[in-house]
Write a new protein. Sequence first.
Length: 114
Amino acid sequence: MSNISVGKQGEEIAKNYLVKNGYKIIGTNVRFSRFCEIDIIAYDKKSLVFVEVKTRTSDICGHPLEAITKVKYQHIKQGIMMYLKEHPEYKKFRIDAISVLLKPKVKIEHLRNI
């Protein structure tokens, strides 16, 4: 499996997980620059949620969330500020991270408010 197909599979699993848990999906793979793409933008009952999804086939090379570096987090925040500038109707927001491990069985971990 290529990294792109693994990533797409993980994003689809994360999106289904969010919908199943009452989130409304507003957008996926929203690009703000060549450095910033928000994987999933969703709305829960209280606020807008920007979700970074990290997927790995296994944890042999580390946990998926370890891939969210300080620089990656800064790019995410820059994208969020651009989005909020275009959508001032949203007053409350948070950043979540979802890790998806595909093997030996699918395992989802959802960290809120990172």
